[in-house]
Write a protein that binds this ligand. Structure first.
Ligand code: PHE
Length: 358
């Protein structure tokens, strides 16, 4: 590059400047050639200075050409800078690139550990098996119910204090009817009886397992989302003793022959008489411990003879049919059977816990 300030070679020099810009291979190189291109010692500066020695007419013409060259140089500089910046960015990206395909392929080629059903699902299936062996069929009811099924048909009218036992989540579907996440599996009793009446298929011997919801704060023995299994028998000449027998048979079949059951008087609006059923504490085998508050017994669920008001709600003739119902927690069964100190472990998905029940 010459430093000649003659305007004769302006065109040729400017081509050299533009070529220099184009040949810069990196942002650093471009930055280093900036003084030559646009600095105080650049040909542009020299030409600018020499404008003063020209006469007015020449100066106007040369000034315009110089302005043109300056613009070309600046445009070329900006363009080259952009190209080099993009190239630098791409190179950095290529270096930082994490080949996820590679990661996936490698992890797939490592031995895969197969999953398995969770403890609650396994427990539910085992409970179903016990009842199927006793002649029950297995049905499922909806998890979202109207107020009628969850409460009213079960002899729990609006504002009845017993509703407090099943305080729950209400669902706003914009429907005139109140809709709730079911607080127990007992509404399945109503579905079963309504269907049997409509189809003329009484008697009923059914169990209905499923998910339930309560506005409970989770603790060692409660979950807000939990599982129950409901039992319903509607037949002729059914007695309280039949119910006690079914519960005792189930208890021994599921928990083992050294675990037994007992009934204690209780209240449920949809059964009369009602009872709570308890089983021998599986932790201390009846000796008394912290889990059973030293009583040797653990409450598992509720039961009783179907209340005539429920039969009336579904249109079953109380003169000809009797029935009993029971309901208890599936999660609670799993907890008792396996001595799980904190029920929350059932839903936390800690593989160290889950893996023990494969
Ligand atoms: N549904 C009752 C509860 O969740 C249990 C129960 C079922 C009681 C059937 C009596 C008959 O507490």
């Amino acid at each position: 590059m010459t430093t000649s300030s003659s305007f004769d070679d302006l065109a040729e020099r400017s081509r050299e400047l533009l070529a220099l810009i184009e040949s810069a291979g990196s942002l650093d190189e471009l930055r280093q050639s900036e003084p030559v291109l646009i600095g105080k010692r650049s040909p542009l500066a020299a030409w600018q200075k020499s404008l003063g020695s020209l006469d007015a007419a020449q100066r106007a013409e040369a000034g315009a050409r110089l302005q043109d060259v300056r613009r070309q140089v600046q445009t070329a500089l900006a363009h080259r800078r952009e190209v080099l910046e993009r190239r630098a960015r791409d190179e950095r990206a290529a270096q930082d690139r994490l080949d996820l395909g590679d990661v996936v392929v490698r992890s797939v080629s490592a031995p895969l550990r197969a999953g398995h059903p969770g403890l609650v699902a396994t427990t539910q299936r085992e409970l179903e098996d016990v009842f199927v062996a006793m002649g029950f069929t297995v049905v499922e009811g909806p998890e979202v119910e109207t107020d009628w099924y969850n409460f009213e048909a079960l002899n729990i009218p609006p504002a009845h204090p017993a509703r407090g036992m099943w305080d729950t989540f209400y669902v706003d579907l914009g429907e005139p009817e109140t809709v709730v996440l079911r607080t127990h599996t007992s509404p399945t009793q109503v579905h079963l009886m309504e269907a049997a009446v409509a189809e003329g298929t009484l008697p009923i011997h059914a169990v209905a397992p499923g998910r339930c919801f309560r506005r409970d704060t989770p603790d060692a023995r409660h979950l807000a989302v939990f599982h129950q299994i409901e039992g319903l028998v509607v037949d002729r000449d059914v007695t309280f003793a039949d119910m006690a027998g079914v519960i005792e048979t189930f208890t021994r079949a599921y928990f083992g022959p050294d675990i037994t059951s007992r009934l204690r008087p209780a209240y449920f609006p949809f059964t009369e008489p009602s009872a709570e059923f308890e089983i021998t504490c599986t932790i201390c085998r009846g000796a008394g411990c912290r889990t059973c508050s030293s009583t040797g017994w653990i409450e598992l669920g509720g039961c009783g003879m179907v209340d005539p008001a429920v039969f009336e709600a579904v249109g079953i003739d109380v003169e000809h049919w009797q029935g009993f119902a029971f309901g208890f927690g599936i999660d609670r069964c799993a907890q008792m059977r396996f001595g799980i100190a904190d029920m929350r472990a059932l839903v936390e998905n800690d593989v160290r816990f889950v893996g023990q029940f494969s």
